[in-house]
Design a protein around this ligand. Structure first.
Ligand SMILES: [Zn+2]
Length: 84
């Protein structure tokens, strides 16, 4: 697996659904983002709208989230809160 890409303003959590803290499938949290390994586009895990990254490999529709290269290719990030 490629090294975790650093991303300003975000914290890297891991790869795939497990990194979201859910034991089955994806956690739906508005502060979590998946990052496409092809175009490095970010897509929020919050299922409020149909969305995809700029190359289209990472996609989200209502209730589904995935990547053409497989779930484990998705890098998961949380938005960094203000540092105390
Ligand atoms: Zn992409």
């Amino acid at each position: 697996m490629q090294p975790a890409p650093a991303l300003r303003g975000f914290r890297f959590l891991g790869w795939g659904p497990r990194a979201t803290g859910s034991y089955s499938g994806w956690a739906t949290r508005s502060d979590l983002y998946g990052r496409c390994g092809r175009c490095t586009g970010l897509v929020s895990l919050w299922p409020d709208q149909i969305e995809q990254c700029s190359c289209g490999a990472l996609f989200k529709d209502l209730g589904r989230f995935g990547h053409l290269d497989g779930d484990q290719s998705i890098a998961i990030y949380s938005k960094d809160g203000p540092t105390p």
